[in-house]
Design a protein around this ligand. Structure first.
Ligand code: PHE
Length: 442
């Protein structure tokens, strides 16, 4: 473990008992795909951004990914024991410094800067997570917020001011299911110390319409691109629904789901900003809404990109397909897959609670998080690993020992792996499972 790390010009002291960032994640932190001209993640950012125009919204697209636990968790009201803080889920540099897990890490400072009536923040974010075609330890989010100032609206009537702004938003004509009342007394209450019901209702309605309009725009661009690629393409009408959600920093809170290709997909989280955020940011007379959306999943739908690893590929056959789209968003084209190379699945099974701790260099750590396995495989096979999943698990009735089996699918996006290459990766994974996690191979 190095004594310091430098991430986008920001140098920090590491603490060996906290530092858990592998090299491939440090490399990803240098990329800034959301700002790379003609990259699908950047194009998707531009499309979302175009729905929240300046000067009402001010854009922040280059905040450092290195933040404090205060920014990422405390300032947002995350409890001390929130699972998101665990080292199994989050990349730490030292006990108080980490790679942001969401763009909400910048809410407090952006409210404090108090530069406009709204903002958008796009950024790379980092989470330790599963390995499959829609998960990668680095991805991108867009955060947005809009707020009103009690001391600045006519007659101090925020509800009326928000309703007027709502009436100025275009209608979209798409079916939206929203069966629930605008708040729930226990789970998602109006912040009645600070807001009237009329204010919470108006802010919620403005939030919902603003986000529906953005999602309708994104999906109609996806539909137009699909039609350009295939004039016979038959489109299903877009459907959306609002579901109740919970976030420590908003109340009431919702998620927006979109019906796409036969499934309800969760596309964003949002809510009425907890008043403590404005109060602690020195702007107690503001109130309003915030949302956060994952850019990569939206980009996968928009461009029909089947595997999230493609975003990180430097293969010219990927990146050259989107040339010119950043300058003319109406030229958006679907991704044309290059031939799919064959998968190389390999299984590994092992016993936990190994007695052979000496073989593991004294490492008797047999309790581990599944994310540790994911990262171990990613560290060895890099972007050649497509999927890792648990396929079997049982406890021996007599000895009480637990056995687990995982299937690892190795597949390059760029070439066919030889059997020998796949075997080499897999042998290295097996050896690392023993050396690093202290398991006993079966
Ligand atoms: N930060 C939340 C997430 O990553 C999303 C969110 C942003 C929710 C802003 C509410 C308001 O899941």
């Amino acid at each position: 473990i190095p004594s310091t790390v430098t991430i986008r010009g920001h140098t920090c002291q590491t603490d060996p008992s906290w530092f858990n960032i592998p090299d491939n994640v440090l490399e990803a932190a240098a990329r800034r795909l959301h700002l790379q001209k003609d990259h699908p993640v950047s194009i998707t950012r531009q499309i979302i951004q175009a729905n929240f125009p300046a000067p009402v919204f001010q854009y922040h697209n280059d905040f450092s990914p290195v933040v404090t636990t205060r920014q990422n968790f405390d300032s947002l009201g995350f409890p001390a024991d929130h699972p998101g803080r665990a080292r199994s889920d989050t990349y730490y540099i030292n006990d108080t410094t980490l790679l942001r897990t969401h763009t909400s890490a910048h809410q407090a400072e952006t409210f404090r800067a108090n530069e406009s009536a709204g903002y958008l923040i796009s950024a790379d974010v980092y989470r330790r997570d599963a390995i499959d075609r829609s998960h990668y330890p680095a991805f991108h989010q867009m955060e947005g917020a809009r707020h009103w100032d009690r001391s600045e609206v006519p007659g101090g009537d925020v509800a009326a001011a928000v309703r007027r702004d709502l009436e100025a938003l275009p209608a979209h004509g798409v079916v939206v299911e929203d069966p629930n009342p605008p708040w729930h007394a226990e789970r998602n209450p109006v912040q009645d110390e600070h807001h009237s019901e009329a204010e919470a209702e108006a802010i919620g309605a403005h939030l919902k319409r603003s986000l529906e309009n953005m999602v309708v725009d994104v999906f109609s661009r996806a539909k137009a691109a699909a039609k350009r690629a295939d004039p016979d393409f038959v489109d299903e009408p877009l459907k959306m629904r609002w579901v109740e959600a919970y976030f420590p920093f908003t109340s009431p809170s919702w998620e927006l789901e979109v019906y796409y290709a036969g499934d309800w997909l969760e596309v964003l989280g949002c809510g009425v900003v907890k008043q403590d955020l404005f109060i602690n940011a020195g702007v107690p007379s503001k109130l309003g809404w915030a949302f956060g959306i994952g850019i990569d999943r939206i980009a996968m739908l928009l461009f029909k990109i089947p595997d999230i690893r493609l975003f990180w590929s430097r293969d010219d056959r990927f990146i050259s397909q989107f040339t010119g789209v950043s300058d003319d968003l109406d030229k958006l084209k679907l991704f044309a897959p290059f031939s799919k190379y064959p998968p190389s699945p390999r299984d590994v099974s092992f016993w936990l609670n190994s007695s052979s701790s000496s073989a593991a260099g004294g490492n008797t750590k047999n309790v581990f998080h599944e994310n540790d396995i994911m990262e171990l495989v990613r560290n060895i096979a890099g972007d050649v690993v497509e999927d890792v999943r648990l396929i079997d698990e049982f406890t021996h009735p007599k000895t009480g020992r637990k056995s687990m089996a995982y299937r690892i699918v190795y597949r390059s996006l760029e070439r066919t792996l030889t059997a020998e290459e796949a075997n080499n990766y897999h042998d290295d994974v097996r050896a690392a499972l023993v050396a690093e996690l202290g398991v006993e191979l079966r």
